[in-house]
Design a protein around this ligand. Structure first.
Ligand code: IMP
Ligand code: MG
Length: 176
């Protein structure tokens, strides 16, 4: 492994976490038409794995929100740089992000999408950096708590690098 990285969650554990989340979601949304709204770019890999592990039909859309950029510190404000082009009125929405940190991104998406009158809206994240939360946001499905470190792999990046790693690792502070 890269000397700048410290292994945190191996591939096999990610698979188990994804399977567990997919099982809960499949049970809760049985008989419903669920629309997964994935937050680019970080959640792309998690979302497609989750979708394939789910045992109920689902559809997928992607949004992009800028708040982090290439920085390792959240700027605290969010804007949608890519939106979906379908009506979500009456739909069951499941927001999918790989990680929740300050909570700004998901809070912003909840607020923005709620105004479009979906039937329901919940969120799923693989990783929860609880220690860094700045805004209260209800995330129904959480894979695992994460430490207050900068994480890469499985979609998570540092300056767009490392997204391809099949595991999740902490980037050593002096490597940022
Ligand atoms: P929040 O808005 O502060 O909750 O941050 C959520 C977004 O920040 C995620 O969608 C990620 O893109 C990014 N992010 C937060 N923590 C990390 C990390 O440790 N590594 C890489 N990206 C992160
Ligand atoms: Mg990023």
């Amino acid at each position: 492994m890269d000397e700048d990285l410290e292994m945190l969650i191996p591939e096999e554990t990610i698979r188990e976490l994804v399977a567990g989340l997919a099982q809960r979601i499949s049970r809760d949304y049985a008989g419903k038409d669920v629309l997964l709204i994935s937050v680019l770019k970080g959640a792309a890999i998690f979302t497609t794995d989750l979708m394939r592990a789910m045992t109920i039909p689902s559809t997928i859309e992607f949004v992009q929100v800028s708040s982090y950029g290439n920085d390792t510190v959240s700027s605290g404000t969010a804007t949608m740089t890519r939106d979906i082009n379908q009506d979500i009125r009456g739909r069951h929405i499941l927001l999918v992000d790989c990680i929740i940190d300050t909570g700004e991104t998901l809070r912003f998406l909840f607020n923005t999408l709620n105004k479009r009158n979906p039937s329901s809206i919940e969120a799923v994240v693989l990783l929860d950096k609880k220690a860094r939360r700045k805004t209260a946001v209800q995330v129904k499905y959480i894979g695992i708590d994460a430490p207050d470190a900068f994480l890469v792999g499985y979609g998570l990046d540092s300056a767009d690098q490392y997204r391809n790693l099949p595991y999740i690792a902490a980037l050593k502070p002096d490597a940022r």
